[in-house]
Design a protein around this ligand. Structure first.
Ligand code: C2E
Ligand code: CA
Ligand code: CA
Length: 410
């Protein structure tokens, strides 16, 4: 079935479902590009049929499945009771791909992300249902479940491109700094820079919302430039009081393709007279794993320039250990979902312990984020975690306010 046949099939289902809900589930295989580089075209051609069989296995007899492109499948799921059931079906697909596919005796990971839209709630034709499943899929890629049902309204605030463009032009974003605690010395050893955008009438806009907007519209280059300069400017002032302070900046891997990125970073360091060794760039694990080979090359260049590199949100994505070993990182940041659950959930606590040990085996500093209480902090310390951050240690504050509070080193 191609896309036009799919449109006709959806129209038929709309006509005959009698108002009962059905779902359109978009399944996208990640990392096919990387797979092809490593295993060749023939092996990547074999992924389609293998994935088709794996998804089909999970569906009910009345469900329909079509492959719409090299790495995309669409399933039509009639007679669903509610969004929860659709989510369940999607999560099952994600789980099924957590086990490797086998090719010529090799076990290969091909993780998927799943986006779901529902008729009648999200549309009456294939075009609108597909568009919303696509939006849900983009959300899914940022979530540990890797599966999402489309949500509308305030949960997904659509910010016009022009607002962000103007805010960047007129320098209305602000760098806030969140303190990072050195667990051995029990002292703040640096800060993570987090972008804040409080747009007067429109109130504060969440970073994940405007960062995604920037990524989707090409403004991410501008935002990165702003973020580096705003951070280094404040950082340089703070280092004037305490030279030992280190600073972490989040970077989107969408800018990795930019040929002048390294020059841009080293240029900004020079302008603010910041030593590269005082700066760590944070990149999320899931983003790194989308293009692992290109990411490894880029991270090497950044390391060669003397910067630290942190793998952010570690544990939430799908790193293969083979790649993790190759990533020239200096830090591992444990995803805050594990840290938050540590106190109540023994399995999360074990995962945290395993990540700390793994990081140390790979000669990485391990940082726990999202520490919200004293008990969690003490357990992390006992487990040998190197650094921690979170509301219990301190909320992020405007970098400009911090300067007045920084003590000179003891
Ligand atoms: P992240 O890098 O994982 O940043 C940590 C997020 O956790 C921040 O959310 C922070 O405010 C929040 N947080 C800190 N401590 C706690 C805690 O104890 N409990 C809980 N529940 N949350 C805590 P924020 O500021 O909303 O940032 C969201 C994401 O946006 C960041 O995730 C980062 O990926 C991205 N981001 C923020 N600023 C920038 C930037 O300047 N450039 C880029 N590329 N991305 C940025
Ligand atoms: Ca971060
Ligand atoms: Ca993080």
């Amino acid at each position: 079935m191609n896309r036009s046949a799919l449109a006709a099939r959806v129209a038929e289902m709309v006509a005959h479902c009698g108002g009962r809900q059905f779902a359109l589930m978009l399944v996208r295989i990640q990392r096919l590009q990387e797979f092809r580089l490593v295993h060749g075209y023939e092996a990547s051609d074999a992924v389609g049929p293998a994935a088709d069989a794996r998804i089909r296995d999970l569906l009910r007899p009345q469900d329909e499945l079509v492959q719409v492109s090299e790495n995309e499948f669409i399933a039509l799921l009639p007679d669903l009771l509610n969004a929860g059931h659709a989510m369940l079906a999607g999560t099952r697909v994600v789980r099924a791909f957590e086990a490797p596919l086998m090719f010529e005796g090799h076990a290969v990971m091909t993780p998927v992300a799943v986006g779901i839209s529902l008729h009648p709630e999200h549309g009456d034709d294939a075009k609108s249902l597909l568009r919303r499943a696509e939006i849900a899929l983009r959300d899914a890629k940022r979530m540990s479940e890797r599966c999402a049902v489309y949500t509308s309204g305030t949960e997904r605030m659509m910010v016009p491109y022009e607002w962000l463009h103007d805010a960047l032009q007129t320098n209305r974003l602000e760098a806030h700094f969140e303190p990072i605690l050195d667990l051995r010395r029990n002292a703040v050893c640096g800060y993570e820079s987090l972008a804040r955008w409080n747009d007067g009438d429109n109130g504060p806009i969440r970073p994940d919302v405007f960062i995604r907007l920037a990524e989707d519209t090409g403004l991410i280059g501008e935002l990165t430039r702003w973020s580096l300069n705003a951070t280094f400017r404040q950082a340089a002032a703070i280092r004037g009081r305490n030279e030992a302070m280190r600073f972490s900046v989040n970077v989107s891997p969408r800018v990795f393709g930019q040929r002048d990125l390294v020059q841009q970073i080293t240029g900004a360091l020079a302008v603010w007279d910041m030593p590269p060794a005082a700066v760590t760039l944070e990149v999320t694990e899931s983003a790194l794993m989308e293009e692992p080979l290109a990411s490894i090359a880029m991270l090497h260049t950044l390391r060669d320039a003397g910067l630290g590199v942190a793998i952010d949100d570690f544990g939430a994505g799908y790193s293969s250990l083979a790649y993790l070993k190759q990533l020239p990182a200096t830090e591992l940041k444990i995803d805050r979902s594990f840290v938050a659950d540590m106190r109540h959930d023994i399995r999360s606590a074990r995962v945290v312990r395993a990540i700390i040990d793994l990081g140390h085996q790979l000669d990485l500093q391990v940082v726990a984020e999202g520490v919200e209480d004293a008990e969690t902090l003490e357990v992390l310390r006992a487990l040998g975690c190197d650094r921690a951050q979170g509301y219990h240690i301190g909320r992020s504050t405007p970098a400009s306010h911090l300067l007045q509070r920084i003590a000179t080193p003891d």
